[in-house]
Design a protein. Sequence first.
Length: 201
Amino acid sequence: MRVAASRVIWTIAAACRMATAQHPSAQAGETSRISGVVVNRVTGQPLSQARVLVAPDDGSSKEIETITGTDGRFVFDRVPAGSWTLQAERRGFLGQKYGQRSLYTTGATSIVTGPGGASENLTFGLNPPAAIRGKVVDENGEPVMGAFLQLLVQIPSARTEFLVRKTVATDDAGEYRIPDLPAGTCYLFAVVPVPESGTGF
């Protein structure tokens, strides 16, 4: 009986050692997919020929890229489990990261692959650029040449602090145009030069 019992114990122990040895290799081979479609955020239309890049958040490997098809879709196969940053760019649109609420902030949403992750069938909206244009005049309605227009955006973490993102000057007709702007709230501040006579406007 003692011999038989020893054989049974040895057999169970050997089986446990085999299972333990196989488990890590199975986890190491697990991969996922990151897939989705790039669309015009305003119209919802799929965007072909968009360049999509993905990189690990921890910087452990280089970014990889792909180009969307005619249906705007992209796929990254055999992606290891982890946390990833996804970004896209296309001619005529403003490049941005997935989940980035404003192009004036760095916040984005990481893509998590592996068990419990949601990395497929993503919708990645790109903003078409907007522009602000107008005219600066004095109290008599005359155009002001050489006035500086500063585009200000509010710092998300502060209520009374702003950053100057762009500065343009008015032309001979007092007109200005600020191109390549993302959707969002911004403010304009005009700096009007004082005439040499010192009379002001």
